[in-house]
Design a protein around this ligand. Structure first.
Ligand code: NAP
Length: 325
């Protein structure tokens, strides 16, 4: 027997089939939703466990074009969502638990509820890695940041730590010297992982001091009392600890793309990022597109993710049109 919806009278299977399903709700997912909705594709967005994505953990966004006075991360994502919904996108605060791209239409599951779609846009982003200290978690957004491009500006003439020894840490340390009076680069080993040219640049920079063989044991400060004031540092060779006053701490120990549920179905690079065709958001599976940080470990900006979301929606639209021909 076909189960009918009590309000619309549609069969549940008709209701659960969508032209476009968007997984993820950062700038890539919501921009894809705006474009897909304006193309009358009535997309549904599964927002995931962090609606609005990484930007919702950033206070002031001052580099997103169009906001001369800046805007907070949560506000920016809120207006993007409203814009998508205004054109007919449906936003669901639900978490996709599984996908099956082995046959068409593609299947997307939210718990025991199954949807099908002609096109799926994956925009699940990446999560910055943190050290995992309770004191660090408590002070996230209050002096602990994982985005120098977003928050560096607030550390004019202040002293900051950058944690990590890869290209991101080296790049962020250099970038932060434009604002900070002093940047301490904290690395757990005695040599950098980052490239030769970046290493040289950092070591030649008089504002950067490298604290080799060092880790952070605890971040000091209270969110309601001005945030980070210092940290307890540990020497990884001797095990000795000491306290150092500091105004801000930037984590640059890598990002983890949120691709766990796609790994068996789509190609990823060795670090887990989804692979798309050159100059395209198309994956190797027809009708499945990937946009934003889930496929980009280089730029990782809200504006580049948004641009990518736009591309994914245009490509999905073209794919659906050709499918119908
Ligand atoms: P990465 O290369 O994986 O480096 C992560 C760094 O963080 C490593 O030095 C690692 O230490 C350290 N680390 C990891 N976990 C840690 C922990 N729990 N405690 C303390 N330190 C920890 O990541 P990335 O720097 O973000 O770079 C990712 C990719 O993007 C790389 O391929 C990089 O070349 C590329 N990238 C390129 C550019 C550029 O070309 N302009 C800029 C940024 C990134 P160990 O070294 O001891 O493992």
């Amino acid at each position: 027997m076909v189960e009918l919806d009590k309000i619309t009278g549609e069969s549940m299977s008709e209701q659960n089939h969508k032209q476009v399903i968007i997984v993820g709700s950062g700038p890539a997912g919501l921009t894809a939703a705006i474009y897909a909705a304006r193309a009358n594709l009535e997309p549904i967005i599964f927002e995931g466990d962090q609606p609005g994505g990484q930007l919702t953990t950033t206070n002031d966004v001052e580099n997103y074009p169009g906001f001369a006075e800046g805007i907070t991360g949560p506000e920016l994502m809120d207006v993007m969502r409203k814009q998508a919904v205004r054109f007919g996108a449906v936003s669901k605060f639900e978490y996709v638990t599984a996908v099956d791209f082995s046959s068409k239409p593609h299947k997307v599951s939210v718990g025991d509820k199954e949807y099908t779609a002609d096109a799926v846009i994956i925009a699940t982003g990446a999560s910055a890695r943190y050290l995992g200290l309770p004191s660090e978690q408590k002070l996230k957004g209050f002096g602990v940041s994982a985005c120098a491009t977003c928050d560096g500006f607030f550390y004019r003439d202040k002293e900051v730590f950058v944690v990590g020894g890869g290209d991101s840490a080296l790049e962020e340390a250099g970038f932060l010297t434009k604002f900070a009076s002093k940047v301490y680069l904290i690395h757990r080993r005695d040599e950098f992982r980052g490239s030769k040219i970046m290493r040289k640049r950092v070591l030649d920079n008089p504002k950067v001091e490298v604290l080799w063989n060092t880790t952070i044991d605890e971040v000091l400060g209270e969110p309601d009392k001005g945030g980070v004031v210092g940290a307890i540092l540990k020497d990884t060779v001797t095990g000795e600890t000491r306290e150092q006053a500091i105004d801000g701490i930037f984590m640059a120990i890598g990002h983890t793309p949120n691709t766990a549920i796609f790994k068996d179905q789509l190609k990823t690079d060795e670090t887990g990022y989804l692979i798309t065709k050159p100059d395209s958001t198309a994956t190797e599976i027809e009708g499945v597109f990937a946009a934003g940080d889930v496929r980009d470990h280089v730029y990782r900006q809200a504006v580049t993710a948004a641009g990518n979301g736009c591309m994914a929606a245009l490509e999905a639209e073209r794919y659906i049109t050709e499918m119908d021909d």
